[in-house]
Write a protein of this length. Structure first.
Length: 218
């Protein structure tokens, strides 16, 4: 539990021996989607992520996992539709085997987790996601710092856009976030005038992963 929200970061592989019982909690739609995944490893990861999410949310709201129902906002962001849950928001992200889940009350939450890939050619997408301010600062870093700065910036923008329920259509290059690669754990509050919203943001670097969560007032 963190300030103003609850979070879980889980390596779902630790629950692979429980896959059979976890699958019993999935909805018919989740099972249908899982059956369309041909590669067994990917199917198992999908079922583990969906099932563990259901188990955590149902435990948090004191419900039976299979009774948990999702609904969607106008922008397509899921929320728990049961009575008594409407003033809560949740969000999930996954990278490789890690699942990141956040729940907040009376605020919208967005989370993102990404594993750093040294082979990723970030210069291809940099122009479309960097603001002018970020690009100027980014170009002053050495190559290793640029890699960290890119991922640090990326997870924050993903988290903010997911909190707002807008996805990448938000226009990542329209607003700026903190990108200093030398700070591995950072919290700040900021009014993003381009997005017309205030957000509390936390971004951190742990074991080759960058994680970010953003809280936005309803």
């Amino acid at each position: 539990k963190s300030e103003g929200y609850n979070e879980w970061i889980i390596d779902v592989r630790t629950f692979k021996d429980c896959l059979g019982s976890i699958e019993e909690h999935l909805s018919k739609e989740e099972l249908r989607r899982s059956n369309s995944i041909r590669v067994k490893k990917n199917r198992d990861l999908f079922c583990l992520r969906k099932g563990i999410t259901r188990i955590i949310l149902s435990s948090f709201f004191s419900m039976v996992p299979c009774d948990l129902e999702y609904d969607y906002s106008i922008s397509g962001k899921p929320f728990v539709s049961s009575t008594g849950c409407r003033n809560y928001s949740f969000n999930i992200s996954h990278s490789k085997e890690y699942l990141f889940l956040g729940i907040a009350k009376d605020r919208e939450i967005g989370v993102d987790i990404e594993r750093i890939s040294p082979a990723f050619n970030y210069s291809i997408v940099a122009k479309s996601i960097f603001s002018e301010k970020e690009e100027t600062v980014f170009n002053s870093y050495d190559e290793l710092s640029q890699l960290k700065a890119f991922y640090k910036m990326w997870v924050q923008k993903e988290a903010i856009s997911k909190a707002l329920g807008l996805g990448i259509s938000i226009g990542f290059n329209k607003f700026s976030v903190n990108t200093d690669p030398n700070i591995d754990d950072e919290k700040y509050s900021k009014y993003f005038k381009e997005l017309k919203c205030s957000a509390k943001v936390r971004v951190r670097f742990e074991k080759d992963y960058f994680l970010a969560e953003a809280l936005v007032a309803n």
